[in-house]
Design a protein. Structure first.
Length: 298
């Protein structure tokens, strides 16, 4: 399940005439930490309690919507990073979502974040669930977005959405069709323009390269995830207060998955937002309010 984007066409012309803000723009300061036997590239922005951001299959830390990051950074210190094997990070020597959870916990230790709120979107939701199960002392609150619980409780998306999701190099048109509803494709194109503008200005890293082998390895890790009910069983023991969020028109991860997660994890709530797989970008203001409210709870 990916939040993967291909920005392979010229967008510079579309940005002509954009106004400049008088405020000093944020500049991403990418650093490298040693964790889980590899190097992990990361940066942070914002103020407040840390919120670790876990993205989807074949995606880098640059592929979060900058407009969403600006909203979340008002009340939280966002920690964004490339998984091992992705973007600016070193090689991935694992092969499971448990190993990516271990890498996340290792990064937190390396950069002196003993405990944090965690937001996992799409495949990042798998990693977030495994982090909450395997490293409960690291997770204060859990936000799950457009993800599934694994095993036979999973409701798969449409065959077409699954095929695009497993493709290392889908077209931009295919990706936007997954991320946004058919009648909101213009919003998807605006999202791509925001990414292009932010990467050119330095607000986000110019970090969009993921090797096809890494994407295939992440997709391959979904097979045991879907064959086993281990994760679903263990969700009953998650102690972190949890907000499960879904897009009402998500064809990649139908909302039923988040309903099942919310029913399984104690102290959890469910919110369904307008939109498809990128509902948290499309409905970013109400999504941010829901996150702020959830993280304010003990």
């Amino acid at each position: 399940m990916r939040a993967r984007l291909v920005i392979c066409f010229g967008l510079a012309a579309l940005l002509a005439g954009c106004g400049q803000s008088s405020a000093k723009p944020f500049q991403a300061d990418v650093r490298v930490a040693r964790a889980a036997g590899t190097q992990i590239a990361w940066y942070d922005r914002g103020q407040g309690s840390p919120l670790v951001m876990l993205t989807g299959t074949g995606s880098t830390m640059a592929e979060w919507d900058p407009a969403l990051l600006r909203l979340l950074a008002k009340n939280h210190r966002l920690v964004l990073f490339d998984y091992p094997g992705v973007g600016l990070s070193g090689p991935w020597r694992g092969g499971s979502f448990d190993s990516l959870a271990g890498a996340t916990a290792g990064l937190m230790k390396a950069i002196d974040i003993p405990r944090a709120d965690v937001l996992g979107w799409s495949m990042g939701g798998f990693v977030a669930q495994r982090l909450a199960v395997g490293y409960p002392q690291r997770v204060s609150h859990l936000i799950l977005a457009g993800t599934n619980p694994g095993g036979d409780r999973t409701v798969l998306g449409s065959p077409r959405a699954q095929a695009i999701d497993s493709e290392p190099n889908p077209s931009a048109k295919e990706i936007l069709a997954e991320l946004y509803p058919p009648n909101r494709q213009a919003e998807g194109r605006r999202f791509l323009r925001r990414l292009d503008r932010a990467s050119q200005s330095g607000e986000i890293p110019d970090d969009f390269h993921v090797r096809a082998a890494t994407t295939r390895a992440q997709v391959a890790a979904e097979d045991p995830w879907l064959r086993s009910n281990r994760n679903y069983r263990q969700l009953a023991g998650v102690g972190a207060p949890t907000l499960a969020t879904a897009g009402a028109r998500d064809r990649v991860v139908p909302p039923a998955n988040l309903r099942r997660i919310a029913a399984r994890i104690p102290h959890s709530r469910l919110r369904v937002f307008p939109g498809a797989h990128a509902f948290l970008f499309q409905a970013r203001r109400p999504f941010t309010r829901a996150v702020d409210d959830a993280l304010a709870l003990n």
